[in-house]
Design a protein around this ligand. Structure first.
Ligand SMILES: Nc1ncnc2c1ncn2[C@@H]1O[C@H](COP(=O)(O)OP(=O)(O)O)[C@@H](O)[C@H]1O
Ligand SMILES: [Mg+2]
Length: 264
């Protein structure tokens, strides 16, 4: 397979073993994302958004039943890499994800500046502690966190500021692709406005896969939308096309998910 995008995913599947039988969380997903573009992945809770991100980052739980398909990053066949290569060269270096509720998963006993500097030290991307802190200060600036917050602990920051720190942790290694998993959930309305604005700014330069269960968030964030239902893509295309064909994203979503329910 040749890749014409930064990220190409072909027939990706991630199934889990559960007491109630297998769960097909990602069930044959194909997608291509070009460098510098943003796509919003939208679907109801439980449709597989987080699993898709985790499958791309190879962040797999123990109860995986099936993990297959092809993932290419800038022409590199990622499925052919060993776990060690993937951990050393890809995850958190070339591919990063801001996990769902990231603002609540910062380490409570480590200063946020050190947490942002850490990926650089772990992956040998900074020649000294001083260098790592300098880069951390630069990304703080990029995500709108005042530099004097570097010395603070997470509990001293608001939810919006903690979410910015989580974004900084993902950005600091300058990855090729950033996956943002429901980055506005759990924030209050004013904070949501700020985080959306920041992500729009980042999207001018970065390649972003942004997932949300909020249909109203789609238009604000990207021109292209991927809709997921029960682990499958039910639509991949321009938001404008859906709006002109269905009138609203809500109507589009209902009609597209009803269509697949009838097929499967
Ligand atoms: N580790 C796991 N073990 C078993 N089932 C899981 C696991 N993680 C997610 N699931 C199931 O996979 C499906 C997709 O979940 P998820 O990717 O979290 O959806 P979303 O992020 O869209 O809410 C759901 O049915 C969920 O219950
Ligand atoms: Mg999720």
């Amino acid at each position: 397979m040749t890749s014409n995008g930064l990220l190409s995913v072909k027939d990706l599947r991630l199934y889990f073993r559960t007491l109630k039988g297998p769960v097909q969380a990602v069930d044959g997903v194909d997608l291509t994302l070009r460098r510098g573009r943003t796509v919003v992945v939208v679907g109801e809770s439980g449709c597989g958004k987080t699993s898709l991100g985790r499958a791309i980052l190879r962040l797999l739980p123990r109860n995986v039943q099936k993990y297959t398909g092809q993932i290419w990053l800038n022409g590199l066949d990622m499925m052919s890499l060993s776990d060690e290569q993937f951990r050393k060269e890809i995850r958190w270096v070339r591919l990063a994800m801001v996990p769902q509720a990231a603002m609540n998963s910062l380490n409570p006993v480590v200063r946020v500046g050190d947490q942002v500097a850490e990926p650089l030290l772990i992956h040998g991307r900074a020649s000294s502690l001083e260098d790592a802190h300098k880069s951390a200060a630069e990304v703080f600036n990029q995500v709108g966190v005042p530099i004097d917050f570097l010395d603070r602990y997470p509990f001293e920051l608001s939810g919006g500021m903690r979410q910015r720190v989580a974004l900084a942790m993902a950005l600091v290694t300058q990855p090729d692709l950033i996956i943002l998993d429901e980055p506005t959930s759990g924030l209050d309305p004013i904070q949501i406005i700020g985080i959306r604005k920041l992500i729009k700014e980042l999207a001018r330069e970065k390649t972003i896969l942004f997932s949300t269960h909020i249909l109203q968030e789609v238009e604000a964030m990207a021109k292209r939308v991927i809709m997921i239902h029960e682990g499958r893509l039910v639509h991949d295309g321009k938001v404008d096309d859906l709006l002109s064909r269905h009138g609203s994203l809500d109507k589009a979503f209902h009609s597209l998910t009803a269509a697949t329910a009838a097929v499967h």
